[in-house]
Ligand binder design. Structure first.
Ligand code: URA
Length: 232
C-alpha cells in the first residue's frame, strides 16, 4: 500500500503538493469509490483516474529507436534529448526515466529507457555480459583478419589498460565497408574506438539488438513498452 499522493507523483500525474487539486479536477476512484484524500493508502491496481487504470504503475521499460542527433544525457545543454520524445507524464515520473547505458549523439538505434533503477544495474553490469549488436559503416574495406583479432580478447583501445572482452565481428560478403559487431561490454565509444585501434574510422553506427530485445517495426523516433514476458 502506498499513499495516493506519492503514487500519483511517482507516476507523473502531478506533484505531491498538487495532489489535492488533482483529485478535485479528476475522477479518482479506489475500488470504484471516489477519493478526495491524497494521504490515503492505496494499492496501485485498485486506482482509476478518469476511468482509466494507472499508467504503468509497476515501472516503465521502453525500447526506443533513437534518431541521430539526440543525446542520452539529461542535461539540456548537451542538445536535444531522447527523453524529449516521450509524453510529458513519463518525463515527470520519479524515479526519472533514464537510458540503460548510452548511445552517442551520432549513433542511432536501440536504446532502452526505464525508471526501474534495478534494471539499469542489471543490464549495464559487466558481470551480466548482455550482448549488444551494432551495425557499423566504415571508411575502408574490412579484412577477415579482424575477426580473430576482435575475438581474441586482447585488443587494447587507446587510453585503456584493460583489453576489450572478446567481440564477434561479422563481415558482410557483399559490402566490405559494413559489418556487424556483437559486444558484451559497453566502454565509452567502444565500437568507434575498437575500429580506430585497427586504423578504421566508423562513419555510421546503428544498434540493432540489446540482449534479446530488437527494434522490430519501430521507425526512427518511435518507442514501445516492453512486456515483462520479453525480459524474463
Ligand atoms: N560504441 C560507440 O562507439 N558508440 C555508441 O554509441 C555505442 C557503442
Amino acid at each position: 500500500m502506498r499513499r495516493l499522493d506519492q503514487l500519483l507523483a511517482n507516476l507523473g500525474y502531478c506533484s505531491r503538493r498538487e495532489a489535492r487539486d488533482f483529485l478535485k479536477k479528476h475522477a479518482v476512484t479506489v475500488r470504484g469509490v471516489a477519493v478526495r484524500d491524497p494521504a490515503g493508502k492505496v494499492l496501485a491496481a485498485d486506482v482509476l483516474v478518469d476511468g482509466e487504470p494507472l499508467d504503468h504503475p509497476e515501472g516503465l521499460l521502453l525500447v526506443l529507436n533513437k534518431p541521430l542527433g539526440l543525446v542520452c544525457s539529461h542535461d539540456e545543454r548537451e542538445g536535444p534529448r531522447v527523453y524529449d520524445l516521450l509524453p510529458e507524464r513519463w518525463r515527470a515520473r520519479n524515479p526519472q526515466v533514464t537510458s540503460i547505458g548510452r548511445l552517442d549523439k551520432d549513433t542511432s538505434g536501440l536504446i532502452l529507457l526505464t525508471d526501474r533503477t534495478e534494471l539499469v544495474h542489471q543490464y549495464t553490469s559487466p558481470k551480466h555480459k548482455v550482448p549488444k549488436l551494432y551495425r557499423a559503416t566504415v571508411d575502408a574495406d574490412l579484412s577477415p583478419e579482424l575477426i580473430p583479432l576482435f575475438a581474441a580478447g586482447t585488443l587494447l583501445m587507446d587510453g585503456e589498460t584493460v583489453p576489450c572482452a572478446p567481440a564477434e565481428l561479422r563481415l558482410n560478403s557483399s559490402d566490405r565497408r559494413t559489418a556487424e559487431l556483437v559486444l558484451t561490454e559497453g566502454k565509452y565509444h567502444q565500437v568507434r574506438r575498437m575500429f580506430a585501434a585497427v586504423g578504421v574510422t566508423v562513419l555510421g553506427l546503428h544498434r540493432l539488438q540489446f540482449g534479446r530485445l530488437t527494434l522490430g517495426p519501430l521507425a526512427s523516433g518511435e518507442y514501445r513498452a516492453v512486456t515483462t514476458a520479453e525480459i524474463d
